[in-house]
Design a protein around this ligand. Structure first.
Ligand SMILES: *Cc1c(COP(=O)(O)O)cnc(C)c1O
Length: 459
C-alpha cells in the first residue's frame, strides 16, 4: 500500500517559530511548569485540543465571504439549516455559539433535581450542565471502555444491560433523556457501533425516553463504523451518519470538532413543543433563532464544514494520521490507550513513569518533558485535572488514571510534524528513568489545571 498523503494542498501558511531548549526551559519556569500558561507562539506543535483548532478549507473561506449578516432570516442561516437537515435529519434546528450552550438549553428545559441522565461517558461540560440543574449524570460505558489497555473495536459502546437496570432502579419518570456521545471523547475518542446505537434506541423507545446524540465527532464515528462493523464497508459516511441519527430524537453538537469550524454549535430535535421552549431560552442568552450567537459567516463556514468532514478521502487521512502516531509510539513500547481513538492519542503516564507516584503527578511530568524536549504542548488528564484536594486537611487524592492527551487538530499538521512528535516521545521514553515528579505550589478551588503552578518534587 502507498503512503496515505494529506488530501489537500496548502494555500496559506502560519509560521512556527523555532525555539531552543534553553528558551523553553525559561518559558517553563515563567509559566510555573503549567503549559496552559505558555504563549501559543512559544509552542512548536500544539496538541492541547482538537476543539476550534481546525484549518478551514478554501471553500469555507469563500463561504465566509458569502456570509449574510442580516439579523433575522439571513441566507447564511438557511444554508446552515439545510446542511443540518441533509445530514442529521432532525426537524427543528437551533444554532448556538458552541456545544455547551446547546447542552445548557436542552438540560434546562428537560432536567430537574432527582432526575438521572445516562450516557456512555459524559463530557465534562455535559456533566457540569446536567449537575447544574440538580440532576445526576450517570456513565454507563461498557467495562472494556474503562481499561486503557483493553482492545475492543467499539470501546465507546453503552452497556445496554446497565441501561435497563438503571431504568428499573430509578423508574422511567426520573430519566428525562438518554445520551450517547459519538465518538466517546472522555473515554479516549472511542467509537460507538451502529448495533449499539440501535439497541440503546430500542430500549429508550420501549420506555418512551428520548435519545439524544452528543454529535461532536459524528463523522469520525461514521468512518469507524464503515471500517469495523459488518455491513457498512460499502456505505458512504453520510449515509452511515444519517442512519445513526435516525435512531435518535435529537442531538447537541460543537461545530468546533467535526464542523471543521473555529466556533459554533447546534441543538436539534424532532419534538416541536420542546423546540419552542428551547427557542425562548435561545433568545434569552444566545440570540435570535436564525443566528443564535454566531455571525452569518460562521453559519456558512459550518454549513460547508459539516459536509467536508464526511468526505471519505479526508476521513481516511484523519483516522490514519491519528493511528499512525499511536502505532509508532506503541511499537517502541510506549504505553497508550488502545486502540488509538479518532481525534487523539492518550499516553498512559503512570505506566510511562512507574517511579513517580500519582500524587507526584506523572502526567504533569510527561507534559513538561514533551515541551522541554521538543516544544510540544499536550494536556494532562490525571490527578492535576481530576484529583481532589480536601479543603480542610489539604490532603490530595489521585485520579483513577494518569493520562496525557495528544489531540490532533484537523488538517493542521502534516506527516513530518507527526514524525517529529513520535521522535520527541521516543526521546523522552529513552530517558524516562531520570524524570522526577512535580508538586503544586499554587492552585485554585475549581478547575485548578488551568491556573495551577508547580515545582519539581524533591526526592
Ligand atoms: C467539545 C465537546 C463538548 C462541548 O462543546 P464546546 O463547543 O466546547 O462547548 C461537548 N461534548 C463533547 C463530546 C465535546 O467533545
Amino acid at each position: 500500500m502507498r503512503t496515505i498523503i494529506e488530501p489537500f494542498k496548502i494555500k496559506a501558511v502560519e509560521p512556527i517559530r523555532m525555539t531552543t531548549r534553553a528558551e523553553r526551559e525559561a518559558k517553563l519556569r515563567d509559566a510555573g511548569f503549567n503549559v496552559f500558561l505558555l504563549r501559543a507562539e512559544d509552542v512548536l506543535i500544539d496538541l492541547l485540543t482538537d476543539s476550534g483548532t481546525a484549518a478551514m478549507s478554501s471553500e469555507q473561506w469563500a463561504a465566509v465571504m458569502r456570509g449574510d449578516e442580516s439579523y433575522a432570516g439571513s441566507r447564511s442561516w438557511y444554508r446552515f439549516e439545510q446542511a443540518v437537515h441533509e445530514i442529521f435529519g432532525f426537524k427543528h434546528v437551533l444554532p448556538t455559539h458552541q456545544g455547551r450552550a446547546a447542552e445548557r438549553i436542552l438540560f434546562s428545559v428537560l432536567c430537574q433535581p432527582g432526575h438521572v441522565v445516562p450516557n456512555n461517558t459524559h463530557f465534562d461540560t455535559t456533566r457540569a450542565n446536567i449537575e447544574f440543574t440538580g440532576a445526576e449524570a450517570r456513565d454507563l460505558v461498557i467495562a472494556e471502555g474503562r481499561i486503557p489497555s483493553a482492545r475492543h473495536p467499539f470501546k465507546g459502546n453503552m452497556d445496554v444491560d446497565q441501561l435497563r437496570r438503571l431504568i428499573d432502579e430509578v423508574g422511567r419518570d426520573r430519566i428525562p433523556l438518554c445520551m450517547l456521545t459519538v465518538t466517546n471523547n472522555s473515554g479516549g475518542g472511542q467509537p460507538v457501533s451502529m448495533a449499539n446505537v440501535r439497541a440503546v434506541s430500542q430500549v429508550c423507545r420501549e420506555h418512551g425516553i428520548p435519545l439524544y446524540i452528543d454529535a461532536c465527532r459524528f463523522a469520525e464515528n461514521a468512518y469507524f463504523i464503515k471500517l469495523r462493523e459488518d455491513g457498512y464497508a460499502d456505505r458512504r459516511p453520510i449515509d452511515i451518519a444519517r442512519e445513526l441519527f435516525s435512531y435518535a430524537d435529537g442531538c447537541t453538537m460543537s461545530a468546533k470538532k467535526d464542523g471543521l469550524a473555529n466556533i459554533g454549535g447546534l441543538l436539534a430535535t424532532n419534538d416541536g413543543r420542546l423546540a419552542s421552549k428551547e427557542r425562548n431560552l435561545l433568545i434569552l442568552t444566545e440570540g435570535f433563532p436564525t443566528y443564535g450567537g454566531m455571525a452569518g459567516r460562521d453559519l456558512d463556514a459550518i454549513a460547508v464544514g459539516l459536509h467536508e468532514a464526511l468526505d471519505e478521502d479526508y476521513l481516511v487521512y484523519r483516522i490514519r494520521s491519528t493511528t499512525y502516531l499511536g502505532e509508532h509510539v506503541s511499537r517502541a513500547g510506549v504505553p497508550i490507550v488502545q486502540p488509538p481513538g479518532g481525534h487523539a492519542i492518550y499516553l498512559d503516564a503512570a505506566a510511562f513513569f512507574p517511579q513517580i507516584p500519582p500524587l507526584q503527578l506523572p502526567g504533569q511530568a510527561l507534559v513538561v518533558e514533551l515541551y522541554r524536549e521538543a516544544g510540544i504542548r499536550a494536556v494532562e488528564i490525571g490527578t492535576v485535572m481530576f484529583g481532589r484536594r480536601n479543603a480542610q486537611t489539604g490532603e490530595e487524592s489521585p485520579a483513577p488514571m494518569e493520562l496525557v492527551r495528544l489531540a490532533i487538530p484537523r488538517r493542521v499538521y502534516t506527516q513530518s510534524h507527526i514524525d517529529y512528535v513520535v521522535e520527541a516521545i521516543l526521546q523522552v521514553w529513552e530517558r524516562r528513568a531520570d524524570v522526577r515528579g512535580y508538586r503544586f505550589i499554587e492552585q485554585a478551588q475549581l478547575l485548578r489545571h488551568f491556573t495551577a503552578r508547580f515545582e519539581e518534587a524533591r526526592g
